[in-house]
Every structure is written in C-alpha cells, then in structure tokens.
Ligand binder design. Structure first.
Ligand code: HEM
Length: 142
C-alpha cells in the first residue's frame, strides 16, 4: 500500500513539474500579438487548473506518506510552509491569465503588466517546486 501511494505521489510530482517549466513558457507571452496572447493564456490557464488538482493529490498522498516515513518535525513544517506558498502561487498565476483572457487585445500596457506578473509568480512557483523536490529526495536534510 505504501509503495502504491508513493508511486502515485511520484507520478503526481512529475505532473506538478509543469510548474518547473512554466516560467520559460510564461516568458514568451509578452512577445505575442494580442489575439495569440488570449489563446496562449487560455492554454496555460487550463494546465494550471489541472496543476492545482494535482497539488491536492500531492497533499493527500504526501499526508499519508508522512505517517509512514519517519521524517522530522522541522521537515514537516518546512514542507508544509513551502507547499502552502506553492498553492498560493498557483492561485495568483490564474489572476493575470484571467485578465489577459478577458481583455485580450484591448490595452497593451495592461497586458504587459499582467505578463510580467505571470512570469514573477511562475518563477516563484518553480523555485518552490525545486525546493520541495530537494527536501523530498534528501529527506534527512533537516
Ligand atoms: C510539489 C509538491 C511535491 C513534490 C514535487 C513531491 C515529490 C516527492 C518525491 C519525488 C518523493 C520521492 C522521494 C524518494 O522516494 O526519495 C516524495 C516523497 C515524499 N513526500 Fe513528497 N512531494 C510533494 C509534496 C509533498 C507534501 C505536501 C507532503 C506532505 C504533506 C509530502 C510528503 C512526502 C513524504 C513523507 C515522502 C517520503 C516517502 C518515503 O521516503 O517513504 N510531499 N515526494
């Protein structure tokens, strides 16, 4: 059973790897023409939605593993803090995308501002996923 849950958890972490790549994808948005920006933003928005569901899977499977893995209390605290921050970022990523989808092509300056917010939030999310992965792999680090 633990083995299978760990498999689901590792499978989920591959999919959540979407956030590792997102800053590179997000960085291309600002250079597109307004119509293309709307389509591009819709694609990222849909993937981010799936990413949010998968984060829930990570949380549930991870919660089960915690009870079996014998990790330290500081490890749990740091993982939870980073994970909550990642959840917040995934919500904040949706904001600028929604605005670009709703007002696509209207205000270039506003779209540029939203594109740069998207890049900032996705860069933070990417760093958080990397940090979580390091903590997961090196469980005895803290
Ligand atoms: C983006 C979020 C996460 C990613 C990418 C991730 C990734 C991983 C990976 C790849 C492993 C396997 C490491 C190994 O076997 O050496 C692992 C193990 C583990 N994860 Fe996560 N995880 C995430 C979130 C969480 C959360 C939120 C929790 C706790 C609530 C958690 C708890 C655990 C535990 C306890 C293990 C150790 C299992 C063991 O060694 O027996 N994970 N995680």
């Amino acid at each position: 059973m633990v083995d299978f849950i760990l498999f689901l958890h590792v499978l989920g972490s591959l999919a959540v790897g979407f956030y590792l790549l997102l800053p590179f994808v997000a960085g291309k948005l600002a250079g597109l023409n307004p119509q293309a920006q709307v389509g591009y933003a819709k694609g990222i928005f849909g993937l981010n939605r799936i990413g949010q569901w998968l984060l829930i899977v990570q949380f549930l499977t991870g919660g089960y593993l915690i009870s079996k893995a014998g990790v330290s209390v500081p490890w749990m605290v740091v993982v939870l803090v980073l994970f909550v921050a990642l959840g917040a970022m995934s919500g904040m990523i949706a904001g600028p995308l929604k605005r670009i989808i709703a007002h696509g092509g209207e205000g270039k300056a506003a779209a540029r501002e939203d594109a740069s917010k998207l890049t900032t939030f996705s860069t933070i999310a990417s760093i958080l996923v990397l940090a979580l992965l390091v903590l997961m792999y090196y469980e005895n680090l803290i």
